[in-house]
Design a binder for this molecule. Structure first.
Ligand SMILES: Cc1ncc(COP(=O)(O)O)c(C=O)c1O
Length: 376
């Protein structure tokens, strides 16, 4: 059997990792400014993470959601505390798309509506409703194109008001810092306006924090820079440092109904052990503060160095977009092939930096030197 060939691949096989470095099968070291799509939060193969996962695997890897799982309860308690949402409820699933799917479903169960508003350039995943809320017709199959979603411009509150005041909008789903969309940030005024409109018209406000959340922006959630509280928050990627897991944080006003949501794998013992280890490390090593400090340092250096081809640097913490005046393709490829440094991309002209949250100042300096060499 061959693999179903949907990924354009670099011809590199990564075999091992440590912190912000990875090594290929020929022993070549790479600086990882991408964290495998923003997934590696506490660094590759952190010893505490490896120890907790190993211990759990030796004890019990999986049992279903038909029995009490104390690890889920501990995770809900600790996550609520660290992110500032102690009164919210946690539903655990396995991927980002699934978290958004469940958020939209629960919103619709609650207010009985079917219309969704989403941002132009939004990315929310590849399953049924999540992909419909994703503003990319190339990945919406005819079976997913069900006219539930209207896409609207970022920070244009008037446009959103016109739709929400029709009174039929089930949910608004927003990444407060758009990832795939090119590292673009919602304004505080816009988000506060949306919050008020959602309250007035019974629309559910969902913040997709799958890429911009879990400490990446220098606060636990990106929306916490903007002074709003969503009704639901979706998290994934960094939550268990690469072990597949996601979560939906749900405001107290939503009441659970037995059987309405459910999953086989979600919140299993091994995933919870990984997520708890991630919280331990984030707290012990002050990784959110580190993301703020090193991220701001990197952003300031990128802005002040007057680098050729760089037209704009956007972002917060360790979620950084570098807009170029040329397509990113050659620069990104040369960064990997010649400078042994992984970065991400979005659109045609934006390089996206999403390093592990443990990036050091000297690794940030190292990246700038490598970047300068490919821009020269
Ligand atoms: C903002 C956002 N939402 C949702 C998703 C989908 O997550 P997953 O690929 O785990 O389904 C992604 C993935 O890149 C994302 O960046």
């Amino acid at each position: 059997m061959n693999l179903f060939d949907v990924y354009p691949l670099f011809d590199i096989a990564i075999e091992s990792g440590k912190g912000c470095k990875v090594w290929d099968d020929k022993g070549q070291e790479y600086l990882d400014l991408y964290g495998g799509h923003a997934v590696i939060s506490v660094g590759h193969c952190h010893p505490h993470y490896v120890e907790c996962m190993t211990k759990q695997l030796n004890k019990l890897g999986f049992y279903s959601n038909s029995v009490i799982n104390p690890l889920q309860q501990e995770l809900a308690k600790r996550l609520g505390k660290i992110c500032g949402y102690e009164d919210y409820q946690l539903f655990l699933i396995n991927s980002g798309a699934e978290a958004n799917e469940n958020a939209l479903k629960l919103a619709s169960f609650t207010n009985g509506r079917t219309r969704v508003l989403s941002l132009e350039k939004a990315f929310h995943g590849r399953t049924s409703l999540a992909v419909e809320a994703t503003a990319n017709p190339k990945i919406i199959a005819p079976i997913n194109a069900n006219n539930h979603v209207t896409y609207l411009p970022l920070n244009d509150l008037e446009a959103w008001k016109k739709e929400i005041e029709k009174g039929d909008v089930c949910a608004v789903i927003i990444e407060c810092i758009q990832g795939v969309g090119g590292i673009r940030m919602a304004s505080s005024e816009f988000m506060k306006g949306l919050r008020a409109l959602c309250d007035q018209y019974g629309t559910v406000l969902i913040c997709d924090e799958i890429q911009c959340g879990y400490g990446r922006s220098g606060k636990f959630f990106a929306h916490q820079h903007l002074g709003v509280k969503p009704d639901m928050i979706t998290v994934a990627k960094g939550i268990a440092n690469g072990f597949p897991m996601s979560g939906l944080l749900i405001a107290p006003k939503f009441k659970p109904v037995y059987g309405q949501l459910g999953t086989t794998f979600g919140g299993n013992h091994l995933a919870c052990a990984g997520a708890l280890a991630v919280l331990d490390i984030m707290e012990n090593e002050k990784l959110i503060e580190n993301a703020a400090e090193v991220g701001n340092y990197l952003i300031n250096r990128l802005k002040s160095e007057n680098l050729p081809h760089v037209v704009e640097v956007r972002g917060k913490g360790l979620m950084i977009g570098i807009e170029l005046d040329v397509p990113y393709k050659e620069i990104r490829t040369r960064l990997v092939k010649e400078q042994h440094c992984f970065t991400g991309c979005s659109g045609t002209n934006v390089l996206r930096l999403l390093s592990p949250l443990c990036l050091t100042i000297s690794e940030a300096d190292d990246f700038i030197e490598r970047f300068k060499k490919v821009l020269a």
